[in-house]
Ligand binder design. Structure first.
Ligand code: 13P
Length: 261
């Protein structure tokens, strides 16, 4: 059975004090989660991934040390393993601290830092080589959707960024569908729109690899997912969880999303 995951992408938000308060509050909530009838992890929650800014990585890891089902990663890595790249962070550094995941190809990286699929494919490869699990983000802008090009665009992002991998590699990654028009806008994709794209992505994986691989891969939805709409989105067959921005900055909201399965 594929994993259910709720991930929080804090983006460039929170002071150190606020970040620690958030994770400590979240920890208390997770600790007090009563067992459910159908536990996904030993504490009954879906897997939780946290993507704080780099500078808080160690401190967040410390809070969730030895927590089954809570993993911590970063929002980006550099495409080279090491060297004279002032200001950049390598996957080895992240892994050596205990980080396990990295976002790759978030639309904010694609748009503001001109990251294209070729570069992202390099980042995916280097992440995996260093033992980090990539969460590969894809998604269309509003004009693409309005022009009916959203399926084609997402297919291209996946073909170039992901489908060069072999079966053993690809089954370890996570895909996040984040329609750019829904990010930070309060305008969520409807559960039907999300399901339609997730089913399409799964079909692409099935066509390129196999039904079995497609069935095992986790596909997250991101874009104004919040405590109110998460349950409806997560109820869709091919939506395996969420990549949450704004609503991951408040422990109450984020925890309600975690409980939305
Ligand atoms: P919002 O949830 O703030 O729309 O952000 C989504 C996102 O970009 C997560 O990576």
């Amino acid at each position: 059975m594929r994993k259910k995951i709720v991930a929080g992408n804090w983006k460039m938000n929170l002071s150190a004090k606020e970040a620690l308060a958030l994770v400590n509050e979240l920890k208390v909530k997770i600790d007090h989660q009563p067992d459910t009838k159908n536990p996904k992890n030993s504490n009954g929650l879906p897997e939780v991934l946290l993507f704080p800014p780099y500078v808080y990585l160690s401190r967040v890891l410390e809070v969730f040390k030895n927590y089954e089902g809570v993993s911590v990663g970063v929002q980006n890595i550099h495409q080279e393993g090491k060297g004279a790249f002032t200001g950049e962070i390598s996957p080895l550094m992240v892994r050596s601290l205990g980080g396990t995941h990295t976002l790759i190809g978030h639309s904010e990286r694609r748009i503001h830092f001109n990251e294209d699929d070729e570069l992202l494919a390099k980042k995916v490869a280097l992440a995996m080589k260093n033992g980090l699990i990539p969460v590969y983000c894809c998604g269309e802008m509003l004009p693409d959707r309005e022009a009916g090009k959203h399926f084609q665009l997402v297919a291209e992002q996946l073909k170039k960024g992901v489908f060069w991998m072999n079966e053993d590699e690809v089954k370890n990654i996570i895909i996040a569908y984040e329609p750019v028009w829904a990010i930070g806008t309060g305008q969520t994709a409807s559960p039907e729109q999300a399901q339609e794209m997730h089913a399409y992505i799964r079909q692409l994986i099935s066509d390129h690899y196999s039904n079995k691989i497609a069935d095992e891969m986790t596909i997250l939805y991101g874009g104004s997912c919040n405590a109110k709409n998460a349950a409806e989105l997560f109820a869709k067959e091919d939506v395996d969880g969420g990549l949450i921005g704004g609503a991951s900055l408040k422990a109450d909201d984020f925890f309600r999303i975690i409980q939305s399965f």
